[in-house]
Design a protein around this ligand. Structure first.
Ligand SMILES: [Fe+2]
Ligand SMILES: [Fe+2]
Length: 283
């Protein structure tokens, strides 16, 4: 009995020591009621939760660099796909050129490693966007997507700030299977192609939010706090994509949304040897 008591006391002391030693670098915070509310529709929209196996991998300090690198690329990809959508479908030629110029320094840094990251602070769109003629949904697409690009590019810069603070130097990485796995199901004719791309965009945004919330309590405090701050703007993005898809389709798109929800869940739950921000179950 005495041994049992001593053992229990020792275990509880060890437990305390382990917690005390592991807590300082963790953000160790519960999600606030506001964030929990924000997440509810996102969790309902997604067909599965991020599996525990992925979170275990994501918590490993050695994986912080790849997580932030891939997240950084996701922010740029989000800006690029929003830009692609308005260049392809909504704006006149001169506006399309101005959009390309806006993103160029970010792409030069990311893909060609030209320039230093601090020089990306405060870059802005130099021209107001003019809609293509004869296009009923152009203005709404432009308004939503220009705001979204601004936010994503700001997030891109913020990820670089966090990386610098964590002592992580940017280098090129390969992209994960996730976005490609969704986009290969896009129908090859219009306007269905555009509707499908918008639905894919909604899933990528929603999954990012769900993972920010899961990761926030597990990562170093600075990164966790940053992920909570991102949730506030990202939580609206998936709705923006869905609303645009519905507006353009002018009919119920729930069947197509359910199709992509199943594809997305399969990408999240199936084995994936390449650990990334949106990867599947670590193999
Ligand atoms: Fe973002
Ligand atoms: Fe976003």
């Amino acid at each position: 009995m005495k041994f049992k008591q001593q053992y229990a006391s020792l275990v509880s002391r060890w437990h305390f020591v382990i917690i005390a030693r592991s807590e300082p670098h963790r953000s160790n915070r519960m999600l606030s009621a506001e964030i929990t509310e924000l997440l509810k529709p996102i969790q309902q929209f997604l067909h599965c939760e991020t599996p525990q196996g992925w979170l275990v991998e994501a918590e490993k300090p050695d994986n912080l660099s790849v997580l932030l690198h891939d997240h950084l690329i996701c922010e740029l990809k989000a800006a690029q796909s929003a830009m692609y959508l308005i260049r392809r479908y909504a704006v006149d030629e001169q506006s399309a050129d101005a959009l390309l110029q806006w993103l160029k320094p970010y792409e030069d840094f990311t893909y060609r490693q030209q320039g230093d990251w601090q020089s990306l602070a405060g870059l802005s769109l130099k021209k107001s966007m003019l809609p293509k003629a004869n296009n009923a949904y152009s203005q709404s697409l432009i308004d939503k997507m220009v705001l979204l690009i601004k936010e994503e590019l700001h997030h891109f810069y913020q990820v670089l700030e966090v990386m610098a603070e964590q002592g992580i130097v940017y280098s090129k990485i390969t992209s994960s299977r996730y976005a490609k796995g969704l986009l290969r199901h896009v129908r090859p004719y219009e306007p269905e192609a555009m509707i499908d791309k918008l639905i894919c965009g909604a899933f990528i945004e929603a999954r990012s939010c769900e993972r920010f919330a899961k990761l926030a309590p597990q990562l170093p405090k600075r990164v966790g706090d940053f992920y909570i701050s991102l949730l506030r703007s990202e939580a609206r993005h998936y709705q923006d994509y869905l609303t645009l898809a519905e507006d353009i389709a002018k009919q119920d798109i729930s069947e197509r949304v359910a199709f992509f929800a199943a594809v997305e869940a399969e990408l999240i739950l199936s084995a994936d040897a390449d650990f990334k921000f949106h990867s599947g179950l670590p193999a």
